[in-house]
Design a protein around this ligand. Structure first.
Ligand code: PAN
Ligand code: ZN
Length: 192
């Protein structure tokens, strides 16, 4: 039996830190700026503040192969780029027929899922919410609160991550902050 099959692990709900973990992926505004609607706002933040950490993913060394169930946590820091909340890049699974389970640990957010036809559904997430990503749906998460939004995710090891489709087409809807809270609006540049 490999070590990763017998390792006892724990997750801190308030920080999202998995122990032991393997590495932390950090996504900063400089890297992911093109996902946001307001490119002028992204530019001014980068000029005024320098770079900004948008989210982190804590991963373990569980292999990404069919017999395994890799898991990780994501911490999305609060804030907006222009009026649009901080969010993840979003992806389809390369093997489209692979689902995923998210469990909210802390903070407040939303899970946006989108199928190949561009139909979008939103699941509001908080501590204890189980967000189910059905097979065939792209997924992106958004921090709609004032604190870090933290969730745990488990997916089949052979799912794979297709980022390219979302990089090229985007999501058909975007989550903006207005005076009454989150507002889901049609994305003017979808599939452009
Ligand atoms: C999640 C995501 C994580 C970061 O673990 O990978 O939240 O989002 P992006 O991968 O879109 O940058 C997951 O859905 N894994 O399959
Ligand atoms: Zn996924």
């Amino acid at each position: 039996m490999d070590n990763h099959e017998v390792t006892i692990r724990s997750v801190d709900f308030s920080t999202g830190v998995i122990s032991p973990s393997y590495r932390v992926l950090r996504r900063t505004l400089r890297e992911i700026a093109p996902i946001f609607w307001d490119q002028e706002a992204a530019k001014s933040i980068l000029q005024a503040e320098g770079d900004r950490l948008i989210y982190e993913v804590h991963v373990t060394e569980i292999p990404e192969s069919i017999e395994h169930l890799p898991f990780c946590t994501t911490i999305i820091y609060p804030g907006c780029v222009g009026e649009e909340y901080h969010m993840t890049k979003g992806h389809f699974h390369s093997q489209r027929q692979r689902a995923e389970i998210y469990l909210g640990l802390s903070g407040k957010g939303a899970l946006l899922i989108q199928n190949e036809e561009g139909e979008v559904r939103m699941i509001e997430m908080e501590k204890g919410t189980i967000g189910y990503v059905p097979p065939g749906w792209a997924h992106r998460t958004v921090n709609t609160g004032e604190e870090p939004f933290i969730f745990f995710a488990v997916y089949p090891g052979d799912a794979g991550h297709d980022y390219k489709t979302i990089e090229e087409q985007g999501f058909a809807r975007r989550l903006f902050k207005d005076q009454h809270g989150p507002r889901l609006v049609e994305s003017p540049n979808w599939r452009k």
